[in-house]
Design a protein around this ligand. Structure first.
Ligand SMILES: NC(=O)c1ccc[n+]([C@@H]2O[C@H](COP(=O)([O-])OP(=O)(O)OC[C@H]3O[C@@H](n4cnc5c(N)ncnc54)[C@H](OP(=O)(O)O)[C@@H]3O)[C@@H](O)[C@H]2O)c1
Length: 339
């Protein structure tokens, strides 16, 4: 089997570390690997398949000897470095929001729109974490009944804000448990321990946040259907890992809960946990470290005489929401003989 030269940019971050684990875990065909970060971490060590590697400084010529680069070093870094990697013939799979809405850049969830990957599109965007898991769940329902409208509320883990988000919840919780003064908020707008914050990213002129608008705009692009309307409320919750979503949809064709369960059960990358009588439904603790998107609480909307359905979606934001989806894009490039 052919093997590939891989780079991970932002390798020391919350997502980068999961990318390394995904490459190992999925036996990715790696010929060589290099781990890149800023001068803060250059020189530190990371382990891959039992071998120790020294983290190198990310530079503009990093794509010269690389077939596929997985980027998770933030938007401005990606804007600066990804075009140089791409110009050197390297495929860049980028986790930031820098390229997602560029017309020429594919925005891909492999179970939904693998056909958007092309040989001449060297920069590929990984969608927003909340959007990936929702799109994966919507796709089989949309194919059957055409989704017209989505109203979603998210319950997003602190790891969605990177390593600093994880540390902030841990430090505040530890201080609370010891009866000490709780450290002030720094990564988040307010204290996150034992609280909820209905703001992720900044507000726009319509009083939606940028995170909410990502769910609106990216869903249309991934599904290839501009007519799908999405209104999101994104909330940060004191959970370390895995995002949860309460999703309401209106479909053009009638869609019973039984049919939705059948469609979702057959869909790639989806697992249905839905047994109300036995208190079985997906929860973030169960999704941690898992490579699937869970759907449960599937039921008819009793407030809507039309075609309303409501359900609950949970997935590991660092895996399907980031590292796993990125590695699956790389696997699809190989499978479809694009790289
Ligand atoms: N966390 C999630 O659930 C999630 C999901 C989807 C997408 N994303 C996106 O993925 C990206 C990374 O997120 P994260 O959560 O992993 O953040 P993080 O934990 O803060 O990690 C950031 C990484 O980027 C590196 N970096 C920062 N500035 C750099 C520079 N100038 N040159 C080279 N490397 C640089 C850091 O290296 P140093 O160690 O040298 O600082 C670190 O490896 C962001 O764009 C984020 O929006 C995150």
């Amino acid at each position: 089997m052919k093997k590939y030269r891989i780079a991970v940019a932002g390798a020391t971050g919350a997502v980068g570390r999961e990318m390394i684990k995904m490459l190992e875990n999925r036996n990715f065909p790696v010929e060589s690997v290099k781990f890149l970060a800023s001068e803060r971490s250059a020189g530190s060590k990371l382990t891959f398949n039992g071998k120790e590697y020294t983290v190198e400084l990310l530079t503009k010529d990093g794509g010269k000897d690389t077939d596929i680069a997985l980027f998770s070093a933030g938007g401005s870094v990606s804007k600066e470095f990804a075009p140089h990697f791409a110009a050197d013939g390297c495929f860049v799979i980028d986790n930031s929001s820098a390229w997602r809405m560029e017309k020429e850049v594919p925005l891909v969830v492999p179970e939904v729109n693998p056909g958007d990957l092309k040989k001449d599109k060297k920069i590929i965007a990984n969608p927003n974490c909340s959007t990936i898991q929702m799109a994966a769940a919507l796709k089989p329902l949309h194919d059957f009944a055409k989704v017209k409208r989505v109203i979603v509320s998210t319950y997003q883990a602190v790891s969605g804000a990177g390593q600093k988000g994880i540390t902030e919840l841990a430090e505040q919780s530890k201080a609370w448990a010891k009866g000490e003064e709780i450290p002030a908020a720094s990564k988040f707008q307010y204290r996150i321990a034992f609280n909820l914050i209905p703001q992720i990213d900044v507000f726009d002129e319509y009083d939606y946040t940028k995170e909410e608008l990502k769910m609106t705009n990216e869903t249309k692009k991934i599904m290839g259907d501009d007519s799908i309307m999405v209104s999101a409320t994104c909330v940060r919750v004191p959970v370390f890992r895995s995002h949860s979503e309460s999703v309401w949809i209106e479909t053009e064709k009638p869609l019973s809960p039984e049919k939705a369960k059948e469609l979702l059960s057959k869909a790639e990358g989806i697992e249905v946990i839905d047994d109300a009588a036995n208190k079985k439904y997906p929860m973030p603790l169960d999704a941690e470290g898992k490579q699937v998107t869970y759907v449960g609480r599937i039921r008819k909307d009793i407030s809507n005489a039309g075609n309303g359905l409501t359900f609950w979606v949970v997935s590991d934001n660092l895996l399907k929401g980031a590292a796993l989806n990125a590695v699956q894009i790389a696997e699809t490039l190989i499978k479809n003989e694009i790289v």
